[in-house]
Design a protein around this ligand. Structure first.
Ligand SMILES: Cc1cc2nc3c(=O)[nH]c(=O)nc-3n(C[C@H](O)[C@H](O)[C@H](O)COP(=O)(O)OP(=O)(O)OC[C@H]3O[C@@H](n4cnc5c(N)ncnc54)[C@H](O)[C@@H]3O)c2cc1C
Length: 171
């Protein structure tokens, strides 16, 4: 049995509900998603910072590769060529890349060289200006300089040498 006072209160609540309308949270349509805030702008990379694993050290030379006598590499001692300060960096390997000057001086008097010192070959072949002399690998390639392209031109040179010898009647 519902007491009179309780019924009056329930009606009052219902009336108040219909008077104000359905709140947003009970609507059949879900509320539109709140757009995510735009990401913060990416700061421009500094030297070497586009690749976080790479750090470029200027005015720096290798003073010593550590522990080679033990048959391993445990670090490198670096020397600042301006201040003379040394620091040790823990590394387990070292790659040495010594510029891009091809070692072609010994051919200079016999073969044609590009202005940058690379050997000239007839385009699409490994032929030099001397018949029977072929050039392959990085020494004649200043565009790609990769192991696979060096191996490819090595294969070309081998085939061209074989064919040249066959044409001389010596193969
Ligand atoms: C640090 C580094 C990383 C590399 N990484 C890659 C890579 O990831 N992938 C890739 O494809 N390529 C890579 N390369 C390039 C690749 O090593 C070369 O493209 C390839 O070794 C070229 O082969 P090559 O036989 O023409 O010359 P080289 O390998 O340079 O061989 C030339 C040889 O001639 C000898 N020589 C020179 N002068 C004389 C002389 N007067 N008398 C007798 N012998 C002589 C040298 O001692 C050497 O042994 C890398 C190179 C470097 C330096």
């Amino acid at each position: 049995m519902v007491r009179r006072g309780s019924l009056g209160l329930a009606l009052a609540v219902a009336m108040a509900f219909f008077a104000t309308g359905c709140p947003r949270s009970c609507s059949a349509e879900p509320p539109p998603p709140t757009p995510a805030p735009p990401p913060p702008p990416t700061p421009p990379p500094g030297p070497g910072k586009a690749f976080p694993k790479i750090e470029i050290l200027y005015n720096t030379e290798i003073d010593e590769i550590l522990d080679v006598s033990k048959g391993e590499v445990t670090g490198i001692r670096l020397k600042n060529s301006k201040t003379g300060d040394t620091t040790v960096v823990d590394v387990t390997g070292v790659f040495i890349a010594i510029g891009h000057t091809p070692n072609t001086d010994l051919f200079r008097d016999w073969l044609e060289l590009h202005d940058n010192g690379y050997l000239k070959t007839k385009p699409g072949t490994t032929q030099t200006k001397i018949p029977g002399v072929f050039a392959a690998g990085d020494v004649q390639d200043f565009v790609y300089r990769q192991a696979v392209t060096a191996a490819g031109t090595g294969c070309m040179a081998a085939l061209e040498a074989e064919r040249w010898l066959a044409a001389q009647g010596e193969h």
